[in-house]
Design a protein around this ligand. Structure first.
Ligand SMILES: Cc1cc2nc3c(=O)[nH]c(=O)nc-3n(C[C@H](O)[C@H](O)[C@H](O)COP(=O)(O)OP(=O)(O)OC[C@H]3O[C@@H](n4cnc5c(N)ncnc54)[C@H](O)[C@@H]3O)c2cc1C
Length: 285
């Protein structure tokens, strides 16, 4: 070891790792039990963000490697409700036949996250739980009105995606799967041409009185913000014709607090409305 280090054959970061215990549970129950009783446990999924966290000073005393838990890799649907296991990777999920059939717009968006080397390893659960505003998973899932299932010693608990930003997640629990109810979804589209400045996802939902548009915007530094517009009597085929007016009306709701020093609310309103109009005009409905 010393020879390797003095020859420069080990990265300096490897030398700076503090001693830690590694747990490799084979079931969700074993992982949860460790979360409750191990010393300062940190979950490891694909590890692509944890590497960055190490460089930022993270020094866990216990690492809980959940990558062997097969139940977290499952993708299944029942009556139009899709469940994506927390360990499903960007590559695996975006290429999955079920996801592509139920949520083609989401599959397209998911397929654009990160580079091929990362996509084979990085998980959707890790993307969300890293809680970095520049990551795209939360924005996409917020626009899809996804629910997150956490499993802890008390059982399963369901929370909205935005709760993650407020640190409002169940204690001693892990994200086990992500639920998306596609039954009322008419269309979904993601626009990232202005990334890293800003990104936005739009979803259109069928409601008893007409349609509801949901737009979620985020910037490099601002967590996703939800805007919503109910349009009574609107039919999916009329979306394109009314796109510019609806886009302006939705973006007018953006609060002035949406300002990260690079993107102001005014800029986001104008750019967002132009992009949204284009998105609505090109939706496949
Ligand atoms: C070069 C590069 C390019 C990238 N490009 C993009 C991009 O274009 N768009 C984008 O959105 N992202 C991008 N990313 C980020 C990437 O998507 C995330 O790093 C990845 O999804 C994290 O998943 P992971 O499995 O590696 O998580 P890990 O690194 O293992 O974990 C991340 C965090 O989540 C926690 N965690 C993991 N799983 C769970 C769970 N089940 N329950 C509770 N907590 C959990 C961990 O404790 C840790 O805090 C990029 C990353 C790299 C390195």
């Amino acid at each position: 070891m010393e020879h390797l280090q003095s020859a420069g054959l080990l990265p300096t970061s490897a030398r700076s790792l503090a001693p830690l215990r590694l747990w490799q549970p084979a079931s969700i129950a074993d992982a949860v039990s460790c979360l409750q009783r191990c010393d300062a446990p940190v979950l490891l999924a694909g590890g692509t963000d944890l590497v960055a966290q190490y460089n930022e000073g993270l020094s866990p005393r216990t690492l809980v490697d959940i990558s062997r838990i097969e139940a977290l890799r499952q993708l299944r649907q029942h009556d139009g409700v899709l469940h994506i296991g927390a360990l499903v990777t960007h590559h695996g999920g975006s290429g999955d036949a079920l996801v592509r059939r139920l949520l083609p717009g989401f599959a397209r968006a998911w397929s654009r996250i990160a580079n091929p080397r990362i996509r084979f390893r990085a998980t959707l659960g890790g993307n969300l739980m890293a809680r970095r505003t520049r990551y795209e998973g939360a924005l996409l899932l917020q626009a899809l009105r996804a629910q997150l299932h956490f499993t802890g010693t008390a059982g399963r608990e369901r929370i909205g995606v935005d709760a993650v930003w407020h640190g409002d997640v169940p204690a001693h629990a892990m994200l086990s799967d992500i639920e998306i109810d596609t039954r009322a979804l008419v269309a979904f589209d993601y626009e990232r041409s202005l990334r890293p400045l800003m990104t936005q996802a739009v979803s259109v939902w069928r409601e008893p009185a007409g349609l509801r548009l949901v737009l979620v915007l985020a910037t490099e530094y601002l967590a996703p913000v939800n805007l919503s517009l109910a349009v009574p009597g609107l039919q999916p085929q009329q979306l394109a014709a009314r796109a510019p007016a609806m886009a302006r009306e939705l973006l007018a709701q953006l609060p002035v607090s949406f300002d990260d020093g690079q993107v102001t609310a005014d800029y986001a309103r104008h750019a967002g409305a132009a992009l949204l109009a284009r998105q609505l005009e090109s939706l496949h409905v």
